[in-house]
Design a protein around this ligand. Structure first.
Ligand SMILES: Cc1cc2nc3c(=O)[nH]c(=O)nc-3n(C[C@H](O)[C@H](O)[C@H](O)COP(=O)(O)O)c2cc1C
Length: 456
């Protein structure tokens, strides 16, 4: 195996695939969002490809407006991953759960339970979004401003990680002679009084096979980067430009160092949307044929929304109206301005029309790359080798043909280069991601005497 860093790869799962028109090419489209057999097929193919993790994104609540136009994430990710854990043996299972809505105790218990059920393969992907349907679903009248959002998220995460340490495995003594099952003296109950959340006592789920489930975090702003650098093991991010990605990578590794962490233990995994073909022309044709099925009016509406314009301001074959866009800037919510700016920078640099902007997946966010497996593998390695990423979360164009292509053609190129595993070496998601096992520092002495290595 090569000494160069191993590439981490997740698969971002939607039963239809990530291309907005994917569902139009598939049979039984009405059941796609809830079809457990479809998700099982995807999980098994990804595991055949020795992929690190299956990533289930999710909204914080409410039926999202996209559902009127394409399959959406209908199943609760925790329930779905609990089912997938029973039909897979190695692959990591990432559950997205909000840090604004609900209570941290619930999330701590759910993710800890999945780590036990899957024997050490669970992760929590922390989101901080507050879309209108979620506010309505949870009966929250006003959203939180940026500062309150991250204050709330910080309290939420602090409670979750403290709870994960609150019932050490060593406390479950099952001592029949003394009639003691859990030894009260060995608990580490928490007492948390925050401005947003309170929690006291111990979690009812013991410390998990990974010591602590893996934490992913998805976000983009400076607040989000600081939050992620403190709590996360891996950052899921939208990066379409390699120079910016390198700056993001350097920034978050520096921030991690500032929190006293080893920067190698904070992974950066941008989304990547490959469209593969055995020749470049075939890959381009695959994308063209899918793009022709798109609902251009709907996507134009999405673009108009990001730019705070009316769809009628965006004729499909005209260039973007930069003057009108500049005038509308103040109408774009602060949290979405980075995305607006990304859209504008890229459209301007490429001199795109509205139609070209739409099919670049810029509103979806993740970078599209169209080419042969060799070209895509070279791109992935270039990003990893120039410290723009530690790996990628792959968005699959159409399930399951796109995932088959990744597993049968792209991954073997990375394997032949010695940059991706041929077999799973360990059993936990931490092993796959090459993150150290977690041991609560207060428990380290006892863990060592029980023969458990501490790399905390
Ligand atoms: C790559 C990426 C993936 C995300 N995934 C989700 C998701 O699955 N569900 C969700 O509700 N929000 C998701 N978000 C939104 C973030 O949680 C956050 O609300 C958003 O980035 C705005 O916050 P920020 O400006 O502080 O980064 C994602 C963001 C990024 C960058």
């Amino acid at each position: 195996m090569s000494n160069a860093p191993q590439v981490r790869l997740g698969v971002n799962v939607l039963a239809s695939g990530r291309h907005d028109a994917a569902w139009k090419t598939l049979p039984d489209a009405t059941t796609l969002s809830t079809d457990i057999d479809a998700f099982i097929r995807i999980a098994k193919i990804a595991e055949r490809g020795k992929i690190d993790a299956l990533f289930l994104a999710d909204g914080p609540g409410g039926l999202v407006p996209e559902a009127f136009h394409r399959p959406w994430r209908a199943l609760d990710p925790l329930a779905l991953h609990a089912a997938l854990s029973a039909v897979t043996r190695h692959i990591g299972l990432v559950v997205t759960a909000s840090s604004l809505f609900g209570h941290p105790y619930t999330v701590a218990r759910q993710i800890a339970s999945l780590d036990h059920i899957s024997k050490g393969r669970a992760a929590w992907n922390i989101i901080t979004s507050q879309v209108p349907v979620a506010l309505a679903a949870y009966g929250v009248e006003h959203g939180f401003d940026q500062q309150a959002r991250y204050q709330r998220a910080t309290e939420f995460a602090e409670i979750v990680v403290q709870l994960w340490d609150s019932l050490p495995r060593r406390a479950v003594v099952a001592d029949a002679a003394r009639h003691v099952y859990v030894d009260k003296e060995r608990l580490r109950p928490i007492g948390y009084h925050g401005a947003h959340f309170r929690s006291a006592g111990a979690l009812s789920t013991p410390a998990t096979p990974q010591g602590r489930p893996v934490i992913f975090q998805a976000g983009q702003s400076d607040d989000s980067k600081a939050f992620g650098a403190r709590f996360a093991d891996a950052l899921f991010t939208g990066q379409r430009n390699i120079d910016k990605a390198r700056r993001f990578y350097a920034d978050v590794k520096t921030l991690a160092r500032g929190y006293g962490r080893n920067p190698d233990h904070l992974l950066v995994m941008p989304g990547l949307f490959p469209i593969l073909g055995s020749t470049e022309e075939e890959a381009k044709r695959r994308k063209r044929e899918l793009d022709e099925l798109l609902d251009h009016d709907f996507l134009r509406g999405e673009l108009a929304h990001h730019l705070a314009l009316d769809p009628s301001d965006l004729p499909l074959d005209d260039k973007l109206p930069y003057d009108k866009i500049a005038q509308a800037e103040n109408r774009v919510p602060v949290a979405s301005r980075w995305h607006r700016q990304e859209i504008l920078n890229e459209a301007r640099a490429n001199d795109w029309t509205v139609r070209e902007t739409i099919v670049s997946n810029i509103t979806g966010g993740h970078r599209v790359i169209v080419g042969t497996p060799e070209q895509v593998a070279a791109d992935i390695l270039h990003w990893v080798d120039t410290r723009a990423a530690d790996g990628f979360n792959l968005n699959i164009d159409v399930q399951t043909s796109g995932l088959d292509d990744v597993v049968d053609h792209l991954i073997p190129v990375l394997q032949r280069a010695g940059r991706f595993r041929k077999e799973y070496a360990g059993t936990t998601l931490r092993d796959h991601l090459r993150l150290p096992a977690y041991v609560d520092p207060r428990e380290a002495r006892h863990a060592l005497t029980q023969g458990v290595a501490s790399h905390a």
